[in-house]
Design a protein around this ligand. Sequence first.
Ligand code: ADP
Ligand code: ADP
Length: 225
Amino acid sequence: MIILKTMKLKKHYENGATIVHALDGVDLEIEKGEFVAVVGSSGSGKSTLLHMLGGLDSPTSGRVMVDGKEISTLKEEELTIFRRRKIGFVFQSFNLVPVLNVYENIILPIQLDGNKPDKKYVNNIIQTLGLKSKLQNLPSQLSGGEQQRVAIARALAIKPAIVLADEPTGNLDSRTSQDVVGLLKVTGERFGQTIVMITHNEELAQLADRIIRIEDGKISGGVAI
Ligand code: ADP
Ligand code: ADP
């Protein structure tokens, strides 16, 4: 089943007098449960693509379908609801709340949505990500790798269908990066999530089921591994 699909997707930015074609006609299909790495040089359009897939920004033209629903035409309020229900975001900067402990950080999005955490599911995530002994710690008391594992747990806590990760290991050393992406993969398999991860690290990209290459806003090749 195709869970993510883009058709003739374009995104242009106006930069003063010049127009930047950040995405220049992207056709993409991603299967439910797939783990896809998006690679390409700086400025090639990777973040823009992720933003379009996650409804963080609207395309200039073309379509984005998520789980059979077209999101490219949704209004801002509808997009917010869509994101909260369907998408878990993981960014390079961990964006944890410094005054909340690890457990509070993980369940924060659930609470902000006015819901109670599914304790069994949340504990399962915590266990899988190896965070059980850190739940009472503040983010400042954790290593970078641990902080990113908390950010992943937080992204997964809302039971998203899709996890979008933008250079999730950009601030981590290479060994920790391998561990974190390995865990991302394991959680995706265990909890049935589709993962799209931007990375400029070819070694990390090899952990994915498929690599999509972007060059100048276009897909230049996809490799099934
Ligand atoms: P990547 O993630 O591959 O580094 P981006 O998607 O961030 O690439 O950027 C693609 C192109 O669009 C670049 O030329 C970048 O400068 C430009 N761009 C991205 N965001 C904006 C913006 N908000 N305003 C203007 N130009 C932008
Ligand atoms: P950086 O590595 O420059 O700190 P990030 O990887 O954290 O950037 O974020 C990449 C992009 O995602 C940026 O354009 C940023 O504005 C956006 N972003 C970061 N965090 C969030 C968030 N929580 N919600 C929406 N957009 C975000």
